[in-house]
Write a protein of this length. Structure first.
Length: 167
């Protein structure tokens, strides 16, 4: 089975779309305002001029987490032939959102992944990224979290005590 060439760099999902066989397009996933209305998608043929799809309406409305937000969406195309997405579910959540889709239009039920529930002092889980390692055949999720007091040397630096570390 031949999979389309897809890679993710800082929220930019680059995939070959077929307007004509030699006319590739880039697909960008984003949120608006505070992320309350969900997933937005835009495309570009040159990576400079972007056009929002679906008249800039949301493709998926957030349903998980206390805050019910969908910020920082990260999407990859998996070896299973599905798109997998993770996102920031809220400002002060101890987990992130997850959903999958075969076509970026119809989505699975959303799941809340309590990735930092074991750290009772964790303030947040922000900006998750999803990758696939073909060698180990594992999906990897990375996110930023602040745990007050865990890294005292940076607790008081700017940003109201947020000393994000990657997990």
């Amino acid at each position: 089975m031949r999979l389309p060439l897809i890679f993710l760099i800082l929220g930019l999902l680059s995939c070959q779309q077929q307007e004509s066989p030699s006319d590739p397009a880039y697909l960008f996933s984003f949120f608006q305002d505070n992320g309350q209305d969900g997933l937005h998608l835009a495309y570009s043929h040159d990576g400079r001029q972007w056009t929002a799809l679906k008249d800039n309406a949301s493709f998926l409305t957030p349903e998980v987490g206390e805050s019910r937000l969908m910020r920082d969406p990260c999407i990859i195309f998996g070896v299973d032939g599905q798109y997998h997405m993770v996102w920031t579910a809220g400002w002060n959540e101890q987990g992130i959102g997850y959903a999958r889709s075969r076509d970026l239009i119809h989505w699975s039920a959303q799941r809340y992944l309590p990735v930092m529930a074991h750290e009772l002092e964790a303030r947040n889980c922000w900006a998750p990224e999803l990758t696939y390692d073909p060698r180990s055949e594992d999906y990897m999720i990375y996110w930023a979290t602040t745990i007050p007091g865990r890294y005292p040397e940076t607790d008081s630096r700017g940003d109201n005590g947020y000393n994000h570390r990657m997990y």
